[in-house]
Ligand binder design. Sequence first.
Ligand SMILES: [Zn+2]
Length: 239
Amino acid sequence: MSEVGEIIGKGKLPTPAGCGYAETIEAIASAVRGLAEHGAPVCGLGIGAPGVADGEKGIIRTSGNLGWENKPLAEDLSAKLGIPVTLANDANAGAFGEYACGAGSEYKSVVLITLGTGVGSGIVLNGRLFEGSAGAGAELGHEAIRMGGEKCACGRRGCFEAYASATALIKQTKRAMEKDRQNHHHKELRGNVGEGGGNHARGGQEESESGAGPCDGHDAAGIVCQNDFRPQGERHGLF
Ligand SMILES: [Zn+2]
């Protein structure tokens, strides 16, 4: 990305199997070095990482997906590359990016919700990223929307994430299909719902008689944002 926020290149690398810390940061470092070799000198690095990221200290406090605890990611990468490194939670980084030069650039305050394996969120209030203590705040995915409801990956019940994530939609669809094996979704997919099955997941949920919940991802996002933030406008898309 250029100094004025223009995206000048994109790339994608798989996370090394097992997500070992040393191996993963070496993979990131070599990707950055690769950019320099192709004539794009890198003067700074911003990292959006899953989990609780303490941006002030540059430390990953905990990341369930990567299995990391208290890793000084910013300092270690800065030492490898010789450039300044800034760290944030991935959804927080996404929210600030959209605020600074994307879909939220016409607003002072922005709330971003990411619907994927889980439900991530980032909040920018009056031009400042709100991260909570040690970067552990702004977790709208774990707001309870149903007391005693579905079990969530965080260990509690009834969280927004337990209804609106892709994982939750797939689970609800499988449950609905098992109840109704004559359902056209069940026949078409033969009981398998996985990646790319989002539309079927939504359809299956609508036809569910499980009483699992009133909301798909979009509706639940709307409920949380409308009631907590009363936004000036909405932008929908994939981030
Ligand atoms: Zn939760």
